[in-house]
Design a protein around this ligand. Structure first.
Ligand SMILES: Cc1ncc(COP(=O)(O)O)c(C=O)c1O
Length: 350
């Protein structure tokens, strides 16, 4: 196997404190065996989450200095909006402080008690925001998503037959929108194929139901489409991303993932009157529409992160790092959600 090295230089380091096994056992007992109760100083390798934990690039740190903290009309917003419009293709862009704020605002403007919202798998905050409003969040993943051993390329896909059944059973008036999470984070971070997004979009649109993409890991999803669907092997990740979002009416994004930022998010959409309603609520709870809950410097770092995440050298390295971890876990007999190429991982692990 060829080693894929990091496609970046590390300029800054932060010392970590090493603990002994005995200390860790005591700390865990004191935390009630709940990892959320630990302080990060006591953690040597932190696998709690991928959210907001990435180190920023030198370009992001430079952009941060350009942050315009004017209350209204800050230039950082216009730079941020331009990047989001270019990559995602939606004219309306609403910044928010993180993904769950985007969920609350979109659902708060579209959902009524009794409504039903399908998805491949709703992320936990997405489900909670829907249920809080009295709606039913319905997960319709394909059967392969539960088969850890399956090497199916797109285990994040939504089951199209079940979507059609749901619409036939409840009628389109009960379903104000359909969601799809790319990658499907609550089901092992598995990717969704472009054909699946297209067919889902066709079914929803045939019934007048808009499609919203939960885009937290959009770049990784696009990269895995390029790797796993021969139709797209010659396409750029950016063009695959554009094709995915062209099928949707809007998207929600936690920029703490593929925005490569420590905080932030946005809602982007085509519908101007919905955007107007959302912005009214934004002013009540997040802030003026040109900053949402963010400072100008956050908007700058997200704008840079969204472009940098499309680097294919970076995405190749991300996949290689995950495979390296999968290989190590397999060697130790820890069950994992198997990716395609599992056989090679087993052989390598021996
Ligand atoms: C797919 C997905 N959607 C939404 C969210 C919520 O985003 P945030 O944590 O920024 O509120 C997350 C966070 O992990 C996520 O993975």
């Amino acid at each position: 196997m060829k080693t894929i090295i990091e496609p970046f230089r590390t300029k800054m380091v932060e010392a970590i404190r090493f603990t002994t096994q005995c200390e860790r056992e005591q700390l865990l007992a004191k935390a009630g065996y709940n990892l959320f109760n630990l302080t990060s100083d006591d953690v040597v390798i932190d696998f709690l989450t991928d959210s907001g934990t990435s180190a920023m690039s030198s370009e992001q740190w430079s952009a941060l200095m350009r942050g315009d903290e004017s209350y209204a009309g800050c230039s950082s917003f216009y730079r941020f909006r331009e990047v989001v419009q270019k990559i995602f293709g939606f004219p309306e862009v609403v910044p928010v402080h993180q993904g769950r704020a985007a969920e609350r605002l979109l659902f708060g403007s579209t959902i009524k008690p009794g409504h039903i919202v399908p998805s491949n798998t709703h992320f936990d905050t997405t489900r909670a925001n829907l249920e809080y409003l009295g709606a039913k969040a319905v997960d319709l993943p394909i059967a392969e998503s539960r088969e850890f051993e399956s090497e199916y390329a797109f285990k994040g896909n939504i089951c199209l037959d079940k979507v059609a059944e749901l619409i036939a059973k409840h009628g389109s008036n009960a379903i104000p929108l359909g969601m799809i999470t790319i990658t499907n984070n609550s089901a092992g971070g598995q990717p969704v194929g472009l054909d699946n997004i297209r067919s889902y979009s066709d079914i929803l649109h045939a019934h007048g139901i808009p499609l919203y993409i939960d885009a937290a890991r959009f770049a990784e999803n696009a990269w895995l489409i390029k790797q796993r669907d021969p139709k797209y092997s010659a396409s750029t990740v950016q063009s695959i991303a554009e094709e995915m979002f062209a099928l949707a009416d809007g998207c929600l994004m936690s920029a703490k993932k593929d925005g490569l930022a420590n905080m932030g998010g946005f809602i982007a959409m085509r519908n101007p009157s919905l955007a107007c309603r959302i912005k009214d609520m934004l002013i009540l709870t997040e802030g003026f529409p040109t900053y949402g809950g963010l400072s100008g410097r956050d908007l700058e770092t997200i704008a840079v992160g969204l472009e940098e995440v499309l680097s294919e050298a970076y995405l190749k390295y991300r996949e290689a790092a995950s495979r390296y971890l999968a290989k190590g876990l397999t060697k130790l007999g820890v069950p994992i959600v198997k990716p395609p190429g599992l056989h090679a991982i087993y052989l390598d692990a021996r």
